[in-house]
Design a protein. Structure first.
Lengths: 107, 150
């Protein structure tokens, strides 16, 4: 648990925005997409979309791969799974602590 | 993603007994496995170190929030901040609340730990549940949520 844990705040912060959530939603289908594809259908400029993608990239929720002259962006479930695992482990620790409390007060 | 931990446990002991086990720093230390430097005082930092085998290097630090006798005890902390290489002070602290209710057989203890994130909307958080449907399903939820709000 300890070794794998990284700061979660940037991940949460990156997801705390509707535009970025919608980009994650598009990308998590599995298909890498170009900035043009991701800009399509949104009323934001290409520059704005790029900026949001960079935020997601810094949080390692997406990463970009070169395809010829274009950058394609791809979803990486890793950071979100880590958060899930972290919550599970905190939850498990509480189960153990509360069962010790139970033995402690019931004896 | 469920961003709140909730536990309920029935204890066959009077509320006064459970309250003491939670708020007396020696007693708390017994079951929580932490050696605390001093008593819990609302608004003050509680310091000590974990005594759980294998985690003795870990410091305990929490800020006591509320002590409403036999009803509510709460503190904020960085949950299981066990990796010395990580600067936990940059992470948002979580809020731990113990609520006590008298029952026929003893005490019902409700524990919640909340604030694992800064995502403002509960609905967005709900959309991140990864439990059952897998990512694709969850992302459809987000997509429809986002579609509604834009």
């Amino acid at each position: 648990m300890a070794a794998k844990r990284r700061a979660h705040a940037p991940v949460f912060a990156a997801l705390g925005d509707v535009t970025r959530l919608s980009l994650v939603a598009k990308l998590c289908a599995g298909q890498p997409r170009s900035i043009s594809q991701l800009t399509e259908g949104s009323h934001l400029t290409r520059q704005a979309i790029t900026k949001h993608l960079r935020v997601l990239e810094r949080a390692e929720i997406v990463h970009s791969v070169r395809a010829g002259r274009e950058s394609l962006f791809e979803f990486d479930p890793g950071p979100l799974e880590e958060i899930r695992n972290h919550l599970d482990s905190v939850s498990e620790q509480w189960d153990q602590a509360l069962s010790r409390l139970k033995s402690f007060v019931e004896c | 993603m469920d961003h709140r931990i909730e536990k309920r446990i029935e204890l066959k002991a009077p509320v006064s007994r459970v309250w003491r086990a939670l708020t007396d720093h020696h007693e708390f230390g017994e079951w929580f496995r932490v050696k605390l430097d001093g008593p819990f005082v609302p608004g003050q930092v509680s310091r000590g170190h974990i005594t759980y085998p294998g985690y003795e290097h870990v410091k305990w630090e929490a800020v006591v929030q509320k002590m409403d006798p036999e009803r509510l005890f709460s503190f904020t902390w960085h949950p299981y901040a066990v990796d010395p290489k990580i600067d936990y002070s940059k992470e948002t602290p979580t809020l731990v609340e113990f609520r006590l209710e008298k029952t026929v057989t003893g005490t019902l203890l409700l524990l919640t730990e909340s604030g694992f994130d800064k995502i403002p909307s509960d609905r967005r958080i709900e959309a991140f549940r990864m439990n059952d449907g897998g990512w694709t399903e969850q992302m459809k939820n987000i997509e429809s949520y986002v579609a509604k709000s834009s």
